[in-house]
Design a protein around this ligand. Structure first.
Ligand SMILES: C[S@@+](CC[C@H](N)C(=O)[O-])C[C@H]1O[C@@H](n2cnc3c(N)ncnc32)[C@H](O)[C@@H]1O
Length: 267
């Protein structure tokens, strides 16, 4: 086995707490560091990511992945709910079903945002989907090294998985980052959600015109736009957006459409 000398992720003791109201345990910190090392190693054979600098990796892959689920991190809301407080009102942008929550990450690539989410929420399950066999094979290889037993993997296209009964309407949260335009992302994610579930679409720039264009597509799919959050990243001050779509009705069976149609004829 070859050992590589890799630089450590940034030593930023308070930055998680200050920006996400969440602090990784010592074990989670080791897992995040190991993920970085394994991706650097994997990058020597596979084209996994162009982001290899430790600060950039921390911000664009780790922090960005967890910023999307910030409403589910923080001061233990999931824990309180899990303790059986049936009258507990879910905080904004939270699935309406009680935990443990089942997440799915569509077009996960090297595992983003799904793997950091699985590390941060060990009581939840996270299914990682990608149509590229090599990427899923890479993830399957690194899972034992990360000591993650709450992750499942799936090779396939979102258009097909969304029509399979074992996946359709089966998830509490569906995440998607850098896979297509927003209406394509909505068509890939909303069919997979239980009623009350949440789709989280990670975006860079976003405009009011895009919101207007997306509204009708989301309605057709049985959802509504619950919130659009704008924020800047903590190290490079880059602008980002997260769209939170709530599933409020059953998605008509014709969605998602056949492979390739959502991209060629977006809703
Ligand atoms: C640009 S990468 C983004 C990877 C990761 N989500 C990230 O943000 O780093 C897009 C990934 O989506 C996958 N993908 C694209 N279309 C897909 C589809 N219809 N179903 C499943 N995976 C898809 C590709 O194979 C690729 O790995």
């Amino acid at each position: 086995m070859n050992y590589l000398t890799v630089p450590s992720l940034p030593e930023l003791p308070d930055i998680w707490q200050q920006t996400l109201n969440w602090q990784p345990t010592a074990e989670q910190q080791v897992q995040l560091q190991r993920l970085y090392e394994l991706i650097l190693q994997g990058n020597q054979k596979l084209n996994l990511t162009r982001i290899t600098n430790p600060q950039e990796f921390w911000e664009k892959h780790l922090w960005d992945s967890l910023r999307g689920i910030a409403p589910l991190l923080g001061d233990g809301e999931m824990g309180r709910w899990g303790d059986g407080e049936k009258d507990f009102t879910p905080p904004p942008h939270h699935p309406t079903t009680p935990p443990p929550h089942h997440f799915i990450d569509i077009g996960t690539g090297a595992g983003f945002p799904g793997i950091p989410v699985a590390i941060a929420l060990p009581d939840c399950t996270v299914t990682l989907v990608d149509s590229t066999r090599k990427k899923i094979a890479f993830i399957e290889n690194i899972l034992p090294e990360l000591k993650l037993d709450n992750v499942k993997t799936l090779i396939g296209r979102a258009e097909e998985i969304g029509q399979q009964s074992q996946h359709r309407q089966n998830y509490d949260v569906a995440m998607i980052r850098a896979v297509g335009n927003a209406s394509v992302c909505a068509e890939y994610t909303l069919p997979l959600l239980k009623q009350g579930g949440l789709a989280i679409i990670y975006r860079g720039n976003w405009t009011q015109e895009e919101t207007t264009a997306l509204t009708d597509a989301v309605k057709l799919l049985g959802g509504e736009i619950e919130a659009i959050e704008q924020f800047t990243t903590p190290l490079s001050n880059s602008l980002r957006h997260c769209l939170y779509l709530r599933k409020i009705a059953t998605t008509p069976t014709k969605f998602p459409r056949a492979v390739g149609i959502p991209t060629h004829k977006p809703l």
